[in-house]
Design a protein around this ligand. Structure first.
Ligand SMILES: CC(C)(COP(=O)(O)OP(=O)(O)OC[C@H]1O[C@@H](n2cnc3c(N)ncnc32)[C@H](O)[C@@H]1OP(=O)(O)O)[C@@H](O)C(=O)NCCC(=O)NCCS
Length: 155
């Protein structure tokens, strides 16, 4: 399946909000997503099909050298085609160049997403009890660290 990764712009907002509603119990609205366009710490990338269809998207907040992945989702019809792989790979490349770590929360039952993050080197760093509502569920905190060159102990 051919797709390209592009920065999120206004033309994507409604399609992303639709995917949010289909995927999450506390979805981000188009206007919440629009605010992220003006947030200097936020970077959203969109996977677009050849005809411009929004297949999936992911959002990263970078504060100093800390990266927080806020949203990742792929429309149901386009899953298991490598779209999320491409989105997370892009954030990992950015992280390797610019960040000390990437971190995110995921529902404890979300086996597909957990497998995705493990594939990219994330490991479980903790658990937030009853973090999610509708239904109430723990969050697994997952982190990927990027050791700086020369940061190893010289011994
Ligand atoms: C999780 C999600 C983003 C994966 O998107 P995707 O484009 O289908 O994923 P990919 O095709 O790129 O798969 C990449 C890897 O993720 C893992 N994976 C993805 N979906 C999986 C599933 N249903 N079961 C098991 N592993 C899965 C696999 O390791 C896969 O690698 P592989 O194909 O080599 O086995 C997608 O299912 C989704 O949008 N879910 C609803 C929203 C969501 O849960 N977002 C995450 C919130 S933290």
């Amino acid at each position: 399946m051919n797709f390209r990764l592009v920065p999120m712009d206004k033309s994507h907002l409604q399609a992303i909000a639709d995917i949010e509603r289909a995927c999450f119990s506390a979805p981000w609205s188009a206007s919440m997503l629009e605010e992220e366009l003006y947030n200097d710490t936020a970077s959203y990338i969109v996977a677009e099909g050849e005809d411009g269809t929004v297949l999936g998207y992911a959002g990263l907040r970078a504060v100093l050298d800390e990266g927080y992945i806020d949203n990742v989702a792929v429309a149901k019809a386009f899953r298991r085609l490598g779209v999320a792989d491409a989105l997370i790979s892009a954030f990992c490349r950015f992280g390797r160049a610019k960040l000390a770590f990437l971190t995110l929360e995921v529902r404890a039952s979300n086996e597909g997403a957990i497998a995705l993050y493990i594939k990219h080197g994330f490991t479980e760093a903790g658990r937030r009890k009853a973090y999610y509502q509708n239904p109430v569920e723990d969050a697994i905190l997952m982190t990927l660290e990027f050791p700086r060159e020369g940061s190893e102990d010289p011994e």
